[in-house]
Design a protein around this ligand. Sequence first.
Ligand code: GLN
Length: 239
Amino acid sequence: MTRELTILHLYPREMNLYGDHGNVLTLKRRCEWRGIKANIEAYEPGDKFPCEADLIFGGGGQDSGQSVIEDDLQKNAQALRSLVDGGTPTLVICGLYQLFGRFFKTHEGEIIPGIGILDIETIAGDKRLIGNIVCESSEFGEIVGYENHSGQTFLDKGVEPLAKVVRGAGNNGKDGTEGTRYKNTIGSYFHGPVLPKNPRLADFLIGKALDAKYGFGELEPLDDTFENMAHRSSAEQPR
Ligand code: GLN
């Protein structure tokens, strides 16, 4: 039996910065290397929202891109919430990370409402938080990437961050947290893209998707020599 996963890619036209699309390619390749078929379904504003998705990815975007998708995102809030709450593995980066929370308040004071799946709020600061970033997660180990955001994200009390910042800004440059963990969802500021050089995150998402669909999420290990080299090289970059 060939196993098959559908990856829902949210708003690739507007929400795709600093190589975010590479996350989807990584998920697809890591599936294919294990004989798992991966179908990528790109969703743009106005499309018919798919009833089924085994894994969801959404990237970052400029404030203007977030405004373009804002209304459409609200229309799909219920569908996305039920997928996320039902345990569908989901990775949202930067711009969509912010909009999976309650809102993003831009530097001009405009409120872009989010869909409130994550109990977080984001307010643009005076200074953009830019540079290479290294974090440490008890679940995934060291995570490396690149961040570029004006938004400072604050987690409600009790919300679990993805990781602790070792070098860089993370959620807000103040409290030492990066990203959010909720059910099988990961929200994060890591661009880069994040998955090619942090394959444990990719395999977490694939494993959870297979487990939900086939009742077995164990993954055969891959040769990650190049992925690990990319990880080390990124970790050694100056801020
Ligand atoms: N516009 C948002 C910010 O600057 C998101 C940026 C991004 O996705 N890189 O905070």
